[in-house]
Ligand binder design. Structure first.
Ligand code: GDP
Length: 422
């Protein structure tokens, strides 16, 4: 995955250029406590675009941390998009940034934004003085030059076929105990859409894959037990004894874990939750049948749910009614968000920088850490390299995961941490 980082002083139009480049798609936003602005990224085939949030010099609100993030983002960049404001021309800060970029010896595309502004022409010659060869004149606001910029980026990156890897279609399984509303939910999610179905190779003949589209994007719903069929298997056994349920879980990327908000949480719910956790799946809690309960009961259910699943405090909950089609678009929104999170790869430099800060907060006397890497996504997997083979304390791993969740967008996604001795 190659990185393209957008930098520039505040208000030059970084966010709007970012938004124009990704089109109407949804970006990952990293909510970071104590940061003036979030680091935002979006994944294309083989590369990700990162909006650094801005380089600033000398203002006090600008914390050391975000400055470092920007520097690290540049460090990791295969290409830097450096924006200059066509209304203001080249400022001293722009000159500072240019200096840093030249020192880092990075490939830079200089983007002269807001060329629709009257003053832009007057400044055009100034930007040559910065010494960058590739200059693009755009107007994010008026959508001028965006497509050219994007195709030049892709040309420059020379993404290899392996990097592109035909985008994998996300597989979704709806799991929950019998009568919780799985079939109703599937019908509500799919609506009147005609679905392409095919048997899942190597599974029970009752299981079928259903390919559906949402805003042009393909998804596969794994039908766990003839959920879409008119007459359902009557005496559906418990989830865990139904091999189809397990097969669906194993081959899914995301699980919609359905619960009945109108009745108490049962052991069967707990078992399903346990299986999801054990298999490191991205998931969301869907509390169904809210049409049967009042607001107070909802809150109560939510409290009970997180009590029953204390290790799932990072998993969002959505109250829905499969029958009344309440909050169905919200489910789609989360599916896409979890998909982005599952596939998110943290640039190595940034990861190590933040990791060093974590271990300062929770020093371990019994070992020395050398570095951390993220060899895999879906689920995001990290390898901690230290001078010990034994696992560190469980509380340390827990702390680490929770700190990572504060900075990186791993909502509804399990984090795997492995250890390696050097
Ligand atoms: P499955 O066994 O999990 O596939 O559950 P079904 O989808 O067959 O639903 C079981 C029963 O719950 C049916 O009678 C549905 O009409 C009912 N049901 C499903 N969703 C809702 C809902 O949101 N509200 C209410 N009141 N009933 C629902």
């Amino acid at each position: 995955m190659k990185n393209v980082v957008i930098v520039g002083r505040p208000n030059v139009g970084k966010s709007s250029l970012f938004n124009k480049l990704i089109g109407k798609r949804k970006a990952i936003i990293h909510p970071s406590p104590g940061m003036t602005r979030d680091l935002i990224s979006f994944q294309f085939k083989g590369w990700q675009l990162i909006d650094s949030g801005g380089i600033d010099f000398g203002t006090e609100e600008f914390s050391e941390l975000i400055r470092n993030q920007v520097f690290y983002a540049i460090e990791e960049a295969d290409l830097v998009i450096f924006i200059i404001d066509g209304k203001e021309g080249v400022t001293p800060i722009d000159k500072e940034i240019s200096k840093i970029l030249r020192k880092k010896n990075k490939k830079v595309f200089l983007v002269f934004n807001k060329i629709d502004a009257k003053s832009a022409q007057d400044f055009y010659y100034e930007i040559f003085s910065l010494g960058f060869k590739d200059i693009f004149k755009v107007s994010s606001e008026h959508n001028l030059g965006i497509e050219e910029l994007k195709s030049s980026i892709e040309k420059e990156l020379k993404i290899s076929p392996e990097e592109i890897q035909e985008e994998k279609i996300l597989r979704i399984a709806i799991l929950g105990k019998p009568n919780v509303g799985k079939s109703s939910l599937l019908n509500s999610l799919i609506g009147k859409q005609k679905v392409l179905t095919s048997p899942i190779p190597g599974t029970t003949r009752d299981s079928i894959d259903m390919e559906v589209k949402y805003y042009g994007k393909k998804f596969i719903f794994i039908d766990t037990a003839g959920q879409r069929r008119e007459t359902k298997i009557k005496d559906q056994q418990e989830f865990l004894s139904v091999s189809r349920g397990r097969e669906a879980l194993l081959s899914a990327d995301i699980v919609l874990f359905l619960l009945d908000a109108s009745t108490p949480i049962t052991n069967q719910d707990r078992e399903i939750g346990f299986e999801i956790e054990k298999n490191y799946k991205g998931f969301v809690f869907l509390a169904n049948k809210v049409d049967l309960i009042n607001l107070e009961k909802r809150e109560e259910f939510k409290k009970k749910l997180y009590e029953a699943f204390p290790y799932f405090d990072y998993v969002p909950i959505i109250f829905i009614s499969a029958l009344k089609k309440y909050n169905i678009p919200k489910i789609w929104k989360y599916i896409i968000e979890i998909q982005n999170s599952l596939n998110y790869r943290i640039p190595t430099g940034l990861l190590n920088r933040t990791f060093r800060e974590f271990i300062l907060k929770y020093p371990l006397k019994d070992r020395k850490f050398y570095y951390i890497t993220q060899p895999e996504t879906n689920p995001p997997t990290f390898v901690l390299v230290s001078n010990k083979t034994e696992k560190p304390k469980q509380s340390f791993i827990k702390f680490l995961k929770s700190e990572m969740r504060k900075i990186y967008p791993f909502k509804g996604v399990p984090i795997k941490i492995l250890l390696k001795k050097r």
